[in-house]
Design a protein around this ligand. Structure first.
Ligand SMILES: Nc1ncnc2c1ncn2[C@@H]1O[C@H](COP(=O)(O)OP(=O)(O)OP(=O)(O)O)[C@@H](O)[C@H]1O
Ligand SMILES: [Mg+2]
Length: 272
């Protein structure tokens, strides 16, 4: 199978101010190695602050890295590419455009004519249950609705590499489950590569071919778990023995890392 994304010994450091008015170097990713296959649904789990968004931002061309290399389709990562799409951790909509016009942004880039754009935008808006809000502006929507618009926008754009940073975190529990199943349906129809960051182990297992667990900062891949549950998948698999077995394994690996982070917090939430 073809490799879509290769990260080799990737390092990212930030300069941050310290209490003494000087600067410290914060090492976020270090010797980060990862291969993601073409057409794969790949999820990343890891404690808060371990570098998940940093990695996605680098892949999206929004941030630089300091050392190492990233190849996309066997070529060095390009800063600009129309082949990638990103859903951000917090919805990034254009406030001066209506909901429908926001959905059309990517379609304009693809040079789709006005009628075609409207048709596609309406289709995806209906899919996320927001047909009645086509002519509203983002500030007139709730947080969860805005995030659904951001998701619909990137799905309408149909990028070859879809980067999703906790896309469902702002949704209510019921909408989140519906969106998970909808995303699975869309992905199964055209099998574009998806890299999906989440804090939900269940969500990662339900959706993914493989799930990577990251270490606490400095972030590295700790382990990759194969999700050998047959597709197409439905919500029912949550009750299966296989699901429980994988969840237990994933939580065991993740818990160690979360505890490391909490041990560093003032007054430590957990004592390891
Ligand atoms: N531009 C920046 N300048 C300085 N530090 C940064 C910058 N961006 C991120 N960081 C730091 O890098 C670390 C990793 O941040 P990142 O957003 O990648 O974490 P994350 O794994 O996505 O966490 P979360 O699960 O909370 O979203 C954090 O300690 C953060 O403070
Ligand atoms: Mg993040």
């Amino acid at each position: 199978m073809k490799i879509k994304v290769q990260a080799r010994r990737l390092c990212r450091e930030f300069n941050v101010k310290n209490d003494r008015g000087g600067k410290d170097t914060l090492s976020v990713l270090d010797s980060f190695d990862l291969d993601i296959l073409e057409g794969e649904f790949f999820s990343i789990l890891g404690p808060s602050g371990c570098g998940k968004s940093t990695f996605l931002n680098i892949l999206a061309g929004l941030d630089d890295f300091d050392r190492g290399e990233i190849l996309v389709d066997q070529e060095p990562l390009k800063k600009r590419s129309f082949d990638r799409g990103m859903v951000f951790q917090s919805y990034a909509l254009l406030p001066w455009r209506t909901v429908l016009e926001n959905l059309e942004v990517g379609l304009e880039i693809r040079n789709i004519n006005r009628r075609g754009r409207r048709e596609i935008a309406r289709h995806y808006l209906e899919m996320v249950g927001l047909s009645n809000f086509a002519n509203q502006y983002p500030h007139q929507l709730s947080g969860g609705m805005r995030q659904r618009v951001a998701i619909a926008r990137v799905l309408a754009y149909r990028p070859n590499l879809l980067l999703m940073d906790e896309p469902f975190a702002a949704l209510d529990a019921q909408t989140r489950e519906l969106m998970q199943i909808e995303l699975l349906r869309i992905w199964e129809a055209d099998k574009k590569t998806i890299i999906f960051v989440t804090h939900s182990i269940d969500e990662a297992i339900l959706l993914s071919d493989r799930v990577a667990i990251m270490t606490a900062r400095t972030g590295r891949i700790k382990e990759i778990i194969d999700i050998d549950i047959p597709r197409p998948r439905t919500e029912e698999i949550r009750g299966s023995i296989d699901f429980a077995r994988i969840r237990q394994n994933a939580w065991g690996l993740l818990k160690e890392e979360v505890q490391k982070v909490n041990a560093l917090l003032p007054g430590g939430l957990m004592t390891a």
